[in-house]
Design a protein around this ligand. Structure first.
Ligand SMILES: [Zn+2]
Ligand SMILES: [Zn+2]
Length: 141
């Protein structure tokens, strides 16, 4: 110890469970650094994972990289009811459930629906053609 700040580094691969049609085919790559600062547990780092699902707009298969910047504070001395993650047992006493934390952080960082791209044109409301790949003759309406 020697009076220095003690840092616990976690390098892990965490499988993420499928969530509302979004699958995570490979485990998330987790890099976290934890340290106690003024009795609070600071967790900083990053999580990278690949998400797969259908584009909400055009229904094409989508595979997107998801990056999560982690910057969390936990009070290990707080009662479980005032701890925002307490009900999920991320932090039990001074033990941290990295898999549970990772799952929650990834899901909270996910957009409500996957899109194949910000400029997805979606499907034609009349004939159902994918407007990204084909120009149908319904235009001009
Ligand atoms: Zn799309
Ligand atoms: Zn059309």
């Amino acid at each position: 110890m020697g009076g220095g700040r003690q840092v616990l580094v976690v390098e892990d691969q965490v499988p993420i469970e499928e969530f509302e049609g979004i699958a995570f085919p490979v485990p998330a790559t987790v890099h976290l650094e934890m340290r106690y600062v003024d009795r609070l547990l600071h967790i900083e780092g990053e999580i990278d994972v690949k998400a797969e699902g259908q584009c909400d707009s055009c229904l094409e298969d989508v595979s997107r990289a998801v990056h999560v910047d982690v910057d969390e504070r936990f009070d290990p001395h707080a009662g479980s009811e005032s701890d925002q993650f307490g009900e999920n047992n991320v932090l039990t006493g001074d033990r941290l459930d990295v898999a549970d934390l990772t799952q929650q952080l990834v899901l909270s960082a996910m957009p409500m629906g996957l899109r194949c791209g910000d400029d997805c044109k979606g499907l034609c409301g009349t004939c159902g053609a994918n407007k990204n790949t084909s120009a149908c003759s319904c235009d001009g309406e």
